[in-house]
Design a protein around this ligand. Structure first.
Ligand SMILES: Nc1ncnc2c1ncn2[C@@H]1O[C@H](COP(=O)(O)OP(=O)(O)OP(=O)(O)O)[C@@H](O)[C@H]1O
Length: 229
């Protein structure tokens, strides 16, 4: 469960203040699938980065699975992020020098897991995305859709409560994008909450809830069919 109250964010440079997010309240329950839409520069990535503890907010409060994030040290925040949050990015962010197995292993190395447990999690995650047989391949030997599947395996191997996706289908053709959305829906059906930023109205409409951000203001879209990003 994720709960934000009166949360806001501004960026300050020498002379300019940019209010990236106006104060807002938001609750996302465990198991929900939420898409986030809005024009370029409206605050979507800022919102996702704050949700994933990659960036600090200015005012308000934020509880992630009952833990008050505000009071945590940077080290405790990193630990919480590593345990509770999985990330997927538009550009996959795989490490080209590592094979698929080692790419999925990356975030698990920072966890106190036995090598047997790590191995089981890696193979389980690769199986879920349909790429276990290619574990010794390198990212460059895969299609874009397959690379995104590996990134998803890497994100779910940590068994996160939340999966945060920033334009996960942005670099893919529509067939591959549909495949990735099916996979995300399967993962969501097994209990992982998903928050997905997208420009694609069709993909956005597949989520249970749509949050729209305009000029830093969050609002909930009630009419899903008419979502325009
Ligand atoms: N590090 C930063 N320093 C100063 N201003 C920033 C910083 N990061 C973002 N901003 C500003 O905050 C606002 C929101 O940016 P953000 O990247 O969250 O938008 P976005 O909706 O994700 O855009 P896009 O769809 O183009 O990726 C913009 O006005 C942006 O210029």
């Amino acid at each position: 469960m994720l709960s934000m109250r009166h949360l806001s964010k501004a960026y300050y440079t020498d002379t300019i203040k940019t209010q990236a997010l106006q104060p807002f309240d938001l609750r996302i329950e465990q198991g929900e699938f939420v898409s986030v839409i809005g024009p370029s520069g409206s605050g979507k990535t800022t919102f996702l980065n704050i949700t994933g503890l990659l960036e600090d907010f200015c005012d308000g409060s934020y509880e992630l699975d009952g833990i008050n994030v505000e009071k945590l040290s940077d080290k405790a925040k990193s630990k919480l992020r590593n345990e509770k949050v999985g990330f997927i990015f538009q550009s996959f962010n795989l490490i080209p020098e590592l094979n698929l197995y080692d790419n999925v292993d990356m975030p698990l190395r920072y966890r106190k897991l036995s090598s047997k447990e790590r191995h089981e999690r890696i193979m389980d995650a690769l199986n879920k995305v349909g790429l276990a047989s290619r574990k010794a391949h390198y990212p460059s030997q895969l299609s874009g859709g397959q690379q995104q599947r590996v990134a998803i395996a890497r994100a779910i191997a940590g068994k996160p409560s939340f999966l945060l996706a920033d334009e996960p289908t942005g670099n893919l053709d529509s067939k591959m994008a549909d495949g990735i959305m099916e996979l995300l829906k399967d993962i969501n059906a097994q209990g992982t909450s998903i928050v997905m930023v997208t420009h694609d109205a069709q993909q956005a409409a597949k989520a249970q809830r749509i949050i729209e951000i305009r000029d830093g203001m969050l609002s909930e879209r009630k009419n899903y069919d008419k979502a325009i990003a």
